[in-house]
Design a binder for this molecule. Structure first.
Ligand SMILES: Cc1cc2nc3c(=O)[nH]c(=O)nc-3n(C[C@H](O)[C@H](O)[C@H](O)COP(=O)(O)OP(=O)(O)OC[C@H]3O[C@@H](n4cnc5c(N)ncnc54)[C@H](O)[C@@H]3O)c2cc1C
Length: 188
């Protein structure tokens, strides 16, 4: 195990492996340590919903990057992360909720995220099993989908390793301090 690296990433969940992957991609000498197994934290419990659009302009752009990245990651690693673009239907029972969706739509338009408004009849035509008698309508984002959080983490870990990143499991960071020239991390 290396004892000196330019970047040490602590934690092998979706976020840590992504950071390690992207640092590796930039040519940084990087090591990731995980106290247990990769994906054993929150990542293991996530539903994996990937709503491309949300009300934050910056987050929407990060999500857009992720969608493109997940496609290229599969090509790069040969691992299928279960990415499925199935669409996301936000249904409204009140005019106030529809109004909220009109606000969403204006943000989506600014970010270049496609959307359509659907009437209850259009919803029914697309998904006959839905009961629409109490609906006012819906906002549909066709580019939203889901991914398997554990599988995408493993794919990023493989991609990171391919870029020269070391990944060490069963190592826990217990503390760190600044020596004046670099950070020193204590691990067990
Ligand atoms: C029930 C549920 C459903 C969710 N659904 C969604 C969803 O649909 N869509 C979505 O985008 N997000 C969802 N999330 C949120 C998502 O799971 C988290 O945002 C994401 O997994 C966080 O990743 P992470 O890498 O930061 O954390 P984690 O996956 O928790 O990873 C942290 C890792 O760090 C390790 N660690 C901690 N301390 C140390 C240490 N001192 N030394 C070494 N290792 C250490 C842990 O063992 C762990 O493996 C959901 C979360 C939950 C719980």
């Amino acid at each position: 195990m290396k004892t000196q690296v330019k970047a040490l990433v602590v934690g092998g969940g979706a976020v840590g492996t992504s950071i390690a992957y992207h640092l590796g991609k930039r040519g940084w000498d990087t090591m990731l340590i995980e106290r247990d197994e990769l994906t054993s934290g929150s990542t293991w419990h996530a539903a994996g919903l990937l709503p491309l659009f949300n009300m934050s302009y910056a987050t929407t752009h990060i999500h857009k990057y992720s969608v493109d990245f997940y496609k290229s990651l599969e090509e790069e690693t040969g691992l299928n992360a279960g990415f499925a673009v199935v669409g996301n239907l936000r249904m409204a029972q009140t005019e106030d909720r529809m109004d909220e969706y009109r606000l969403y739509a204006s943000t989506a338009e600014t970010c270049g995220v496609p959307y359509v408004f659907m009437s209850p009849d259009e919803i029914k035509a697309k998904w006959p099993l839905i009961r629409t008698d109490d609906l006012k309508g819906a906002l549909y984002h066709q580019t939203d989908g889901y991914i398997n959080p554990a599988d995408v983490t493993m794919a990023m870990a493989k991609g990171a390793r391919q870029l020269g990143v070391s990944i060490e499991r069963r190592w826990q960071a217990d503390g760190f301090h600044w020596t004046g020239s670099h950070w020193e991390v204590t691990c067990t």
